[in-house]
Design a protein around this ligand. Structure first.
Ligand code: SAH
Length: 368
């Protein structure tokens, strides 16, 4: 069970050493609590202390009056690392004093990088493992398409660094992002690299993994819900459907496929999902139709999926380029080409049904 409590102004005593307790302390300080860090060892010199945290030494288990002085006025005691006898005495005294006791796993002291898939933008589509990694992060390097608004809440103990890439505009180069991640991990921090969708689908996650491993930094991958599947679904388009399509291909329009590759796709059949495809859609459609695809094959463009301004445009492949211009369709958008698009439009009243579910917030459904 999880409950939200306003801790501002409340006294919280954290039993732990500065490094393993660093994120608990940061979380409570940011939430406005008055934090005392009770250390099992000596109090560090002033220049090594965190702002607005009171430092003291942990009283021994037999020092009841010392423990009562510390715990008496507290709202909660958080035990991160303490001698087992001290820990047990704290728990016992908190029981008498009706002070809330919490146990927290010590934060890792060994640096590491976790490449996390953030899903298509709505925090509800983060995995449980992604949320855990964010909660455990010292620093989060995030991209534009990740669920950025929810980050302060999801990673309350972390420094949040925007390395935001948008199409054709990378304020922080790929190389610098990799160097930053490696440097922080080497400094002992838990680094989360949060990317939109899945880190290994057109996300340069593979390169970042190799850069870390090459630098001797350990890496963990947390897959994410990829927009290539989730955004069609947001508009009721199944990428496969019995009798209509038993294969789907995901392509990028960033560097559009060659005419040969597009011709091979037409021969293969099945559903085509295009990411980063708005700018090169004319070229892609030209290639597909030039290789024999019927211009009447249904197609859809879903912009800003899973946001309040999601817009789905239903048309045909032949009319796609004109619709992009007419309706000023913009990135981020997923284009779906194939008979499966008709599944979304065939059910009577389907558009209204999706719109009535806030999670599938289809603002406008247009038939071209
Ligand atoms: N790794 C990501 C894809 C990165 S490429 C993934 O697995 O989803 C970025 C492209 O993904 C965008 O140009 C767009 O085509 C698509 N995209 C990501 N999020 C989207 C969203 N919320 N709505 C529409 N398209 C999205």
């Amino acid at each position: 069970m999880q409950i939200d409590v306003d801790v501002s102004g409340r006294k919280v005593v954290v039993f732990g050493s500065p490094v393993p307790a660093r994120r608990v302390v940061t979380r409570y300080v940011r939430a406005g609590a008055r934090v005392t860090l009770a250390l099992p060892g000596p109090v560090p010199p002033v220049e090594e202390r965190m702002d607005s945290v009171h430092y003291t030494s942990q009283p021994g288990s037999a020092d009841t009056s010392g423990l009562l002085r510390l715990l008496g006025p507290a709202w909660s005691a958080v035990v991160v690392d303490a001698e087992p006898v001290v820990r047990d005495r704290v728990i016992e005294l908190c029981g008498h004093l009706r002070v809330l006791v919490q146990r927290e796993v010590p934060a890792a002291t060994q640096g590491q990088v976790v490449l996390v898939g953030g899903g298509p933008g709505d925090p509800r589509l983060l995995t449980v493992e992604a949320c855990q990694a964010l909660r455990d992060a010292d620093v989060v390097f995030y991209d534009r398409l990740a669920p950025t608004e929810a980050l302060p809440e999801l990673a309350p103990g972390a420094e949040l660094v925007d390395v935001g890439k948008s199409p054709y505009h990378h304020p922080v180069t790929q190389r610098s992002i990799e160097e930053l991640m490696v440097a922080r991990a080497r400094a002992g921090q838990s680094v989360v690299r949060l990317k939109g969708g899945d880190p290994f689908v057109f996300g340069r996650g593979g390169e970042e993994m190799l850069a870390c491993l090459g630098a001797g930094v350990s890496v963990r991958i947390v897959p994410g819900v990829s927009s290539s599947l989730a955004i069609p679904a947001a508009s009721g388009i199944p990428v496969t459907h019995r009798g209509l399509s038993h294969a789907f291909t995901v392509i990028s329009g960033h560097v559009p496929p060659s005419a040969d590759e597009l011709a091979a796709l037409v021969r293969l059949g099945g559903t085509i999902v295009v990411l980063m495809g708005i700018a090169s859609l004319e070229q892609i459609v030209g290639g597909l139709c030039g290789a024999g695809m019927d211009g009447d094959v249904p197609a859809a463009v879903v912009e800003r999926g899973f946001s309040a301004s999601q817009r789905s445009t239903f048309t045909t492949v032949g009319r796609l380029p004109a619709e992009v211009r007419r309706l000023d369709l913009r990135s981020p958008a997923v284009v779906v080409i194939g008979e499966v698009v008709s599944v979304a439009t065939s059910a009577q009243g389907a558009a209204e049904l999706w719109a009535s579910d806030p999670f599938l917030d289809v603002e406008e459904v247009r038939r071209g």
